[in-house]
Design a protein around this ligand. Sequence first.
Ligand code: MN
Length: 233
Amino acid sequence: MDIEVPVLEERPSLPVLGTAKRFSVRRAFCVGRNYAAHAREMGANPDEEPPFFFMKPAEAIFSVEADFTPPLPIPPGTSDYHFETELVVAMKSGGRDIPEAEALTHVFGYAVGLDMTRRDLQNAAKKKGHPWEFGKAADFSGPVGVITPHAPGVLSADAVIRLEVNGVERQRSTLNTMIWSIPQMIALLSRYFVIRPGDLIFSGTPEGVGAVAKGDALHAEVAGLTAIDLRVV
Ligand code: MN
């Protein structure tokens, strides 16, 4: 019998600073409520509830190439599509039960990303105790910029993470206000999943999240990394 079997497209991939080689994306883990002030603006109490994980499918990830401003489409089904500026950690190796002290040896590099969120659908899911995918896993909901390879000092502990919409600053914090540090989030994840090359970890967003509108210009940055720019369409 001549059966047509669909063939998967290539994996999404990200540019890497200093080389034409690409980083293939395997999975995207995301940390929820990793900045106390953002947990509070979401109505949660960070003193009582620790951060947690959820996922985006790899297919939601798309690359923001250097010196290029790609379109960021608003997906269907939402009238409250929110930006969340995040540090993205890219893994080159891993395994299970990684000790915190060894976690950074598995990091390939760091990039700036957005965890775009259909907030209205996420809030409806929260109320019902339903899963978050319709809020978090929309197509094109995970733009990520150029990866800067890990090296000592490439990311300072108090690096500023910030976002501007149409030139107006909307989010600003520093990485040292994350509740889970990068080694902690890797160690925790590895107790539940085998971390593999190509895995990404979106490390959570600081306070100031808000809705985008068609035509908005987004500029997100983490000090020391390549900033990203997108145009909402
Ligand atoms: Mn997020």
